[in-house]
Design a protein around this ligand. Structure first.
Ligand code: FES
Ligand SMILES: [Fe+2]
Length: 416
């Protein structure tokens, strides 16, 4: 459990809150590059850490992320005309460039140089528009994890809107033991995979300078071996996990959980194939199995799943009896159902944590430590590019082998 004060501390992210100030010390995904497809394309609303912003791509292709309310009298710049190197408010024609500088105020005697919209720096990498919302003098390097360096076509990324606090979503993602239950499929494959055969993984967490790495160790007594899966938690909101078959080159899957505000978040999903480029259609097929691909899973024009709380996530009791554990289709949809069912911000004074929750406990500790660091004037852990050299891995190991001392260790180093 968490004390009430700590629960408030880690979940509240708006401007001026301790966690809000802490997250603002890291680069954050603001949207996908593809959402602003070309120079002077349509502006978009962006809400991030409780702030309403507008994103636009100017005539040079640079992305601006500026305050939603026009500095003149507050009309939303979302309605603006994106033209000739800036966005022009449709109320009285004031115009702003990507740095927020006012370029024109046609109905006014000229005091352009005295007016600027709040603007955050952006950069594009790995198909994502990143932004830094913290103090300019403390701006850290842009994140550089392995999947972000992968050649074109090796890595795909999507995002999904989630109706709960980012911490709940992230806890669900870091939690390894739930996959034996929540995601169980009653198929021959599903019933014989190691997560179904061994439902009580032992967790080992090793602290690092970027967060921690953790292993879930599932003992398979019949085979006299362990199925070991090593994950990385990179501060403040990344998880990297190994996908594919343990014997293949496999892939790195993972998420970023980014607060929209206190009660909603973006779950970004990346899929990085180690062996070579992956066709878009193949990636979409995998996404669809998760419940978040092929456009058909989303309400058109949004990143919101059609299967959601309003229709019990498509729950079928018949499917629950015969096909899978939940009766809900799609791993991602199953995750959303339980995470959102806790309420927007769960009261963590009421939980009862066990040894399977070790990684979650450690993540909360690190977030609270980062809040303290920022309050005391230090850079928070992992904000300076740490962790760029890691890769997740999985392997079958003999009963008595220590994962951190075997060949698995070599597999944990980035190859790109
Ligand atoms: S409110 Fe934007 S120009 Fe007047
Ligand atoms: Fe899950």
């Amino acid at each position: 459990m968490l004390r009430r004060a700590d629960n408030e501390l880690v979940t509240r992210v708006g401007p001026g809150t301790p966690m809000g100030l802490t997250l603002r010390r890291y680069w954050m995904p603001a949207l996908l590059s593809s959402e602003l497809p070309h120079a002077d394309s349509d502006p978009l609303r962006v809400r991030l850490l409780g702030e309403d912003l507008v994103a636009f791509r100017d005539s040079n292709g640079s992305v601006g992320l500026i305050q939603n309310n026009c500095p003149h009298r507050g009309a939303s710049l979302f309605f603006g005309r994106n033209e000739e190197g800036g966005i022009r408010c449709v109320y009285h024609g004031w115009k702003f460039d990507v740095s927020g500088q006012c370029l024109d105020m046609p109905a006014e005697s000229d005091f352009r140089s005295k007016v600027a919209a709040r603007a955050y720096p952006t950069t594009e990498k790995a198909g994502v528009v990143w932004t830094y919302m913290g103090p300019p003098e403390r701006q850290p390097p842009v994140p550089d994890l392995e999947w972000m360096r992968a050649p074109a076509g090796y890595c795909w990324i999507s995002r999904t809107y989630q109706s709960c606090n980012y911490l709940q979503a992230m806890e669900g993602g870091l939690d390894t033991s739930h996959s034996s239950f929540l995601h169980r499929e009653f198929t021959p494959d599903g019933l014989t995979n190691p997560r179904a055969r061994s439902t009580a993984p032992r967790l080992e967490v090793l602290n690092t300078d970027y967060g921690y790495m953790y292993a879930s160790i599932r003992h398979l007594p019949d085979d006299k071996q362990n199925y070991v899966r090593v994950y990385h938690y990179v501060m403040p909101f990344y998880q990297l996990r190994a996908g594919g078959s343990p014997k293949s080159l496999g892939n790195t899957d993972g998420h970023m959980w980014v607060p929209i505000d206190d009660v909603t978040c973006w779950t970004y999903n990346f899929h990085f194939s180690h062996a070579g480029p992956l066709a878009y259609e193949e990636w979409q097929r995998v996404e669809h199995q998760m419940g978040r691909g092929l456009a058909e899973d989303y309400t058109p024009g949004t990143f919101k799943l059609k299967a959601n709380a309003t229709n019990d996530y498509g729950l079928s009791r018949e499917r629950q009896r015969t096909v899978n554990y939940t009766g809900i289709q799609g791993t991602n949809t199953q995750d959303f159902a339980v995470q959102e069912s806790m309420g927007a911000i769960y009261d963590r004074t009421r939980e009862h944590l066990g040894s399977a929750d070790t990684a979650i406990i450690q993540m909360r500790r690190l977030l609270l430590e980062a809040v303290r660091d920022v309050a005391e004037g230090r850079d928070p852990i992992g904000s300076r590019g740490q962790g760029s050299n890691v890769r997740p891995a999985q392997m079958y190991l003999p009963d008595d082998a220590r994962w951190s001392e075997t060949q698995l260790k070599d597999a944990l180093v980035a190859q790109f």
